[in-house]
Design a protein around this ligand. Structure first.
Ligand code: BGC
Length: 442
């Protein structure tokens, strides 16, 4: 069975997300059976590592997975289908950006409504928020900015979608990339204003930069003071930096994205909430699509179809879009109500935590890079998860950490692809897939 293609599931997702929240512990492990694995063995020219078989697979034909940053045009968001279908064993693994963005926006709006009696710190009838933007050329970041603006009514249409440009400052509500929104609670109408937003890029060019966000909140709070009622961030790294620098002491709810351990723990101290992008499912999928290709079995094995060890994912935690060759994990909101269930973001997802048998899934060597070794989410959540799954799947992985700024810093370390059986790539810029595929084509 191939993965299912699902396109029109917006509504369902919201419902399913609730189901995930309440049903997590009830998800049973798949039963024995499923596919008989073993299959054909792919191997490499070099037998230095785990691979011990003869035969030669050209680098261009080896399994390849893009993850976390989807090959796409950073201005238009258009998918780079050449990269996504580089060979028949190429996939992308990420999460459903629009569903997650909608959840984040709704989470913030719900919080404002539920806390309307105390939220407006200076009592001027304007709920002011500031927004930390991760990377203006990253479709996930763009989606989150749009999701927040949409839910709060501050978005302005541009070319058919909500404008995601940072506005700088907007104390008087005159910025053109946003508008004042309004929220009505208990018969009273409040204005909602995006007071400021900025891409958090440091002088060396690294985006999603937590330290930059920590500085920005310093500047914003000294200019706007108690006009700031809510702080929103495209991720937890920047969110926590702002929380620690300012909002915690000033009791200003701060919202992020990623459900990193420190952010989830901070909910007990007033952090408003975050979104789990189900990194435990993504990290599994990232390695599983490679494993399946290396084993020569159907890509759905251990994903939508239980493998012989009982690993299987239910369709409330991911979707597969065959046309886009992309797996997307589904997101879950993490708030004061449920954060106790999310305290360890590095724990493998139970339904896919069964060890694969070494005789039918022999050790293979994988090259994998993390585009920015100091990215909070990737280093504190995603990579630890990958490291937990690699043993379960008998993958011997070389983890390469980039500087978050220059693609060549990473591609330089893919000097000998012949040593590896498969590749997992996290790009600095989503436009740059060809810098990697060129190396595999040589
Ligand atoms: C995460 C961010 C991270 C980015 C890196 C996003 O999915 O939410 O925290 O910085 O990926 O590409």
């Amino acid at each position: 069975m191939k993965g299912k293609e699902k396109t029109h599931m917006k509504k369902r997702i919201v419902v399913l997300t609730m189901a995930v929240l309440f049903g997590l512990s009830a998800v049973a492990c798949g039963s024995e059976g499923g596919s008989s694995s073993g299959g054909t063995d792919t191997s490499t020219e070099s037998s230095s590592s785990g691979s011990s078989d003869s035969g030669t697979v050209a680098n261009k034909d080896k399994p390849l997975v893009w993850f976390n940053r989807q090959p796409s045009n950073s201005s238009t968001g258009e998918l780079d289908m050449a990269a996504l279908s580089f060979n028949e064993d190429t996939y992308y693994v990420g999460f459903d950006a629009n569903q997650g963005a909608e959840l984040q926006g709704t989470m913030v709006k719900d919080y404002i409504e539920a806390n309307i009696d105390t939220i407006d710190r200076n009592g001027d009838g304007v709920i002011g928020y500031v927004l930390a933007i991760g990377d203006i050329g990253h479709n996930d970041s763009i989606a989150r900015t749009r999701g927040v603006r949409k839910a709060l009514g501050t978005g302005v249409e541009k070319d058919g979608s909500i404008d995601s440009e940072p506005i700088g400052t907007n104390t008087d509500g005159s910025a053109s990339a946003v508008q004042d929104g309004s929220i009505e609670v208990n018969g009273k109408t409040y204005t909602v204003r995006e007071l400021a937003s900025q891409e958090m890029k440091n002088s060396a060019g690294a985006t999603w930069d937590a330290a930059t966000a920590g500085n920005a909140i310093g500047t914003w709070s000294s200019s706007f003071g108690d006009q700031i009622d809510v702080v929103v961030s495209n991720n937890d790294g920047m969110g926590m930096s702002m929380f620690n620098a300012w909002s915690k002491d000033n009791d200003v709810p701060t919202f992020g994205y990623d459900a990193n351990n420190d952010a989830v723990a901070a909910i007990a101290e007033g952090y408003g909430g975050t979104i789990s992008q189900h990194a435990d499912v993504q990290a599994y999928l990232t390695l599983r699509v490679l494993r399946n290709a290396l084993d020569g079995v159907d890509v759905d094995t251990g994903i939508g179809t239980a493998d012989e060890a009982g690993n299987v994912l239910s369709d409330d935690v991911y979707v597969y879009n065959e046309e886009e060759r992309s797996y997307y994990a589904l997101n879950v909101a993490v708030t004061a109500e449920n954060y106790q269930d999310f305290t360890d973001s590095t724990k493998v997802y139970e339904p896919v935590s069964n060890q694969l048998d070494e005789s039918s899934h022999p050790t293979k060597k994988v090259w994998l890079d993390i585009y920015n070794a100091s990215d909070n989410f990737l280093s504190s959540t995603y990579q630890p998860l990958l490291q937990n799954y690699d043993d379960l799947m008998n993958l011997d992985i070389d983890y390469i950490g980039g500087d978050g700024q220059t693609e060549s810093n990473i591609t330089n370390r893919l000097g000998n692809p012949g040593q590896y059986d498969a590749f997992a790539i996290n790009m600095v810029k989503t436009d740059n897939a060809a810098s990697y595929t060129a190396l595999l084509n040589q």
